[in-house]
Design a protein around this ligand. Structure first.
Ligand code: UT7
Length: 324
């Protein structure tokens, strides 16, 4: 008997405030035309001043629990991916745990920036497959608006706030030749690229929160290559080809990166779930937000092959392949 993890529910939360490209063009020297043409972004959601990452995460978690038809008492573990925690410590996951009324089990954060959700999913899957947890809330939640330099047009137009969550549950595989669940995870990092994408602050280095700094074109180049290569790695590990993919749910940083990755793999653009136009880049939240949308609107169906993949600061990158 092999234990596997299947997704039994998903949820999302987006702050109400929509910020359009036109609105940003009043603050910095940019235009709706430039932003749309270079990134595919039309608008993004920005959290209210009184909303923290945990508030977004709690809403997404409650939505995911409702969609799975389970309560917080049924959850053994919360793994929350974020690069914008409420506080330096404790983990934002523990705030979510308290708000859900969950007093047992464990809760912690995972930090891999935009690849955070894939890392969190891999951690949760390992807990389940080892029998250490049976039902896990995996959350990606961010308030990148708090770490943007709102005078830097090269970064402030690219990001948004939001949260997505899934409930992952263990099942005993019954010898099915085509089992459901997470079939493989693939994680990578290469710390030599720190200076291409980082925050110039932190409790130890500068004692400030700092702002996001990015060498966009350099990140772009690595993103297309790394996303295509890790996707190829996931397919090879499962004896599959791009033709086997029903849905690709990539990290949403730039529509051109998504088009470039699909082109490299000769994957039909119709199979790529896109939300970057409305959400912009929500870092660790972008994959669960896109996933939730495609599950809720019925695009993703049981037994579909779904591949999630991401690339972010560090650099970190990774993929998860699931038979839904
Ligand atoms: O989630 C983590 C991963 N992050 C990413 O994957 C982001 C990857 N990078 C990108 O998506 C793209 O590189 C950007 C969207 C950030 C930039 O697009 P680009 O096509 O690479 O533009 P660029 O940086 O080469 O800049 C081209 C021009 C420059 O002007 P000059 O030097 O040609 O006169 C920039 O100053 O566009 C200018 N520019 C802007 N113009 C209007 C840069 N930002 C803006 C802006 N509005 N917001």
């Amino acid at each position: 008997m092999t234990r596997r993890s299947i997704v039994v529910g998903c949820g999302h939360y987006l702050p109400e405030r929509v910020v359009t490209n036109e609105e940003l063009a009043k603050r910095v020297d940019t235009s709706d035309e430039w932003i749309q043409k270079r990134t595919g972004i039309c608008e993004r959601r920005i959290a209210d001043d009184n909303q923290n990452t945990s508030d977004l995460a709690i809403n997404a978690a409650q939505d995911a629990l409702a969609s799975a038809g389970v309560s917080a008492d049924d959850i053994d573990l919360i793994v929350l991916a974020t690069a914008t925690p409420d506080e330096t410590f404790p983990a934002t996951a523990t705030r979510v745990q308290a708000a859900l009324g969950m007093t047992k089990g464990a809760a912690f954060d995972v930090q891999a920036v935009c690849t955070g959700f894939i890392y969190a999913l891999n951690v949760a899957d390992n807990f389940i497959r080892l029998g250490q947890a049976n039902r896990v809330l995996v959350i990606g939640a961010e308030t990148f608006s708090r770490i943007l330099d709102w005078e830097d047009r090269t970064t402030c137009v690219l990001f948004g706030d939001g949260a997505g969550a899934i409930v992952l549950q263990g099942i005993e595989e019954s010898g099915d030749a085509e089992p459901r669940g997470i079939l493989s995870n693939h994680l990578h990092s290469d710390g030599r690229h720190h200076d291409c994408l980082y925050v110039d602050g932190g409790p130890s280095s500068t004692k400030t929160v700092g702002h996001l700094r990015m060498e966009g074109p350099e990140v772009f180049k690595h993103a297309v290559n790394n996303m295509a290569s890790v996707l190829g790695e996931a397919l090879t590990a499962n004896n599959m080809t791009a033709a086997d993919i029903d849905w690709l749910v990539p990290h949403q940083a730039n529509k051109r990166i998504l088009d470039g990755t699909a082109r490299k793999l000769r994957l039909s653009p119709d199979k790529v779930v896109i939300t970057v136009d409305r959400h912009a880049n929500t870092s660790a939240a972008s994959i669960p937000l896109a996933l939730c949308e495609a599950v809720t609107d019925g695009r993703i169906q049981e037994r579909n092959i779904v591949v999630m993949e991401a690339m972010g600061g560090g650099f970190t990158w990774g993929a998860s392949l699931i038979r839904w």
